[in-house]
Design a protein around this ligand. Structure first.
Ligand code: IDE
Length: 448
């Protein structure tokens, strides 16, 4: 039997980005501000005072970037739509130039044989909606459903794969509990309410899709396996709390119509009673789950680390990325097997996977040598192949990210792209990892 790796015949190979991280021109042509426009322009929130005002200038360079995707041989491109570019006030009037940008992008992709995979919300909430409570206002489920309907009716004749939200956990944890991401709240009572309304909005949009849509829709979640740092009961419990908080908090309501029991233990007096009817809305049938995987956490009990009372323990012999994440491909295979076993082997896409390493400058001859990123991709793609062989229904993979881009509060200091961006000149240069990925796609994984 050949040891050569081969992915399933129709396995989909892509790359991912998000609107605020690459587009620039956040207020051009009638676009309204998002909370990231406000957060980035509030001093101290983003390293070096970086903002998404220009980013990768993709709003003006999308044709060039689609040509890059073609050069790499991408079969799919996962991108997000800026809600406030399309609906400047978040509700009501549609900005024809704004929605036209995405209409044209979809046509450009299809003309190159690249499948658009659209995420409706990747953290950039319209500022006007945040001013009305944003994810803390139960009405946002209707606001999001109305926006989703506009996008479905405009693009579902050409877009065949939709995701409602990107990583509701990060929005709740970073935006409302820890304040590290927009809108920058630091409130343990707000975080579960925001998470719950994100799930309600997700369900409301899926309900609309079942009325008007003809293709597939799912939810994208970040999953991070939690391994107890020791055999102690305290560390085992800490890992279980961390697992419920990051991994079960969103998938259990979607698949089972209930939160993990441990959520009460995590939030204590900040954990509300939820209306039963909310879970009927949340648990809409999905066509896939998008899994964003980056790292694992070896977890120990830490009573002072509220509210989860768990912290990650650095692994002395491991390789770490520039964002401080351990390179641990086994965590991806463990996570995918956990999802398959717990939720009935749903169709999965790996919608994000990648790493920021310190990349050297563009060398003579226009090469960017990034061997650590190639090694990262090789290890993680092999881990995916391993679980596909065991029957886990992984349908595709999107590398994070197509382009070096604005890494949220890290600014431009952390480079995840397989394509280097010179932010002073906007010159794009394929890194060695892009050439590697081109071979992976061309051989459907056989080069791994
Ligand atoms: O950090 C890399 C990417 C980021 O650029 C994407 O916009 C976002 O979807 C994304 N999610 C993760 C994984 N989750 C996470 C955990 C803690 C803080 C921030 C993100 C990594 N990434």
């Amino acid at each position: 039997m050949s040891n050569a790796i081969e992915f399933p015949k129709n396995f989909l190979w892509g790359a991912s980005t998000s609107a605020y991280q690459i587009e620039g021109s956040p207020l051009a042509d009638g676009a309204g501000p998002s909370i990231w426009q406000r957060f980035a322009h509030s001093p101290g929130n983003i390293r070096d005072g970086d903002t998404g005002d220009v980013a990768c200038d993709h709003y003006r360079r999308s044709a060039q970037d689609v040509a890059l995707m073609r050069e790499i041989g991408l079969q799919a491109y996962r991108f997000s739509i800026s809600w406030s570019r399309v609906m400047p006030s978040g509700r009501g009037a549609v900005n024809p130039v704004g929605i036209g940008f995405y209409d044209e992008l979809v046509d450009r992709l299809l003309a190159q044989g690249i499948k658009p995979m659209v995420t409706l919300f990747h953290w950039d909430l319209p500022e006007t909606l945040d001013n009305q409570g944003g994810w803390l206002n139960r009405d946002i489920a209707d606001w999001f459903a109305d926006y989703a309907r506009v996008m479905f009716e405009r693009l579902d004749d050409r877009v065949t794969s939709w995701a409602t939200l990107n990583e509701p956990w990060v929005v709740s944890d970073g935006g409302y509990l820890n304040g590290t991401l927009a809108p920058g709240h630091h409130n343990r009572f707000e975080a579960p309410i925001a998470a719950h309304n994100l799930l309600r909005a997700h369900g409301a949009a899926v309900k609309v899709y079942r009325e008007v849509g003809k293709h597939e829709i799912g939810l994208v979640v970040n999953l991070e396996p939690k391994y107890p740092a020791s055999e102690s009961a305290a560390d085992q419990q800490a890992a279980a709390r961390g697992h419920a908080y990051m991994n079960g908090q969103f998938l259990d309501p979607v698949f089972f119509g209930r939160y993990p029991e441990k959520m009460k233990d995590v939030y204590g007096d900040a954990w509300p009673e939820w209306p039963a009817e909310d879970f009927e809305l949340i648990r809409q049938r999905l066509d896939f789950i998008g899994v964003n995987y980056y790292t694992r956490s070896v977890t120990r009990d830490e009573p002072s680390a509220l509210p989860v009372r768990a912290v990650a323990v650095r692994q002395p012999l491991a390789t770490y990325t520039e964002t401080g994440w351990e390179v641990y491909a086994r965590g991806l295979s463990d996570t995918l097997e956990w999802v398959a076993a717990r939720y009935g082997n749903p169709p999965l896409y790996i919608t994000e996977n990648g790493a920021a390493f310190f990349d050297p400058p563009v060398a003579e001859g226009g090469r960017v040598h990034d061997p650590l990123r190639i090694d990262y991709y090789q290890k993680h793609l092999r881990a995916i192949h391993e679980v596909i062989q065991k029957g886990v229904d992984v349908r595709g993979y999107c590398a994070w990210s197509l382009l070096d881009n604005l890494e949220w509060a890290h600014g431009f200091s952390k480079r995840f792209g397989i394509v280097h961006v010179n932010f002073a000149t906007q010159e794009r240069t394929l890194k060695d990892s892009a050439y590697f990925y081109r071979e992976v796609i061309a051989t459907n994984g056989a080069v791994l």
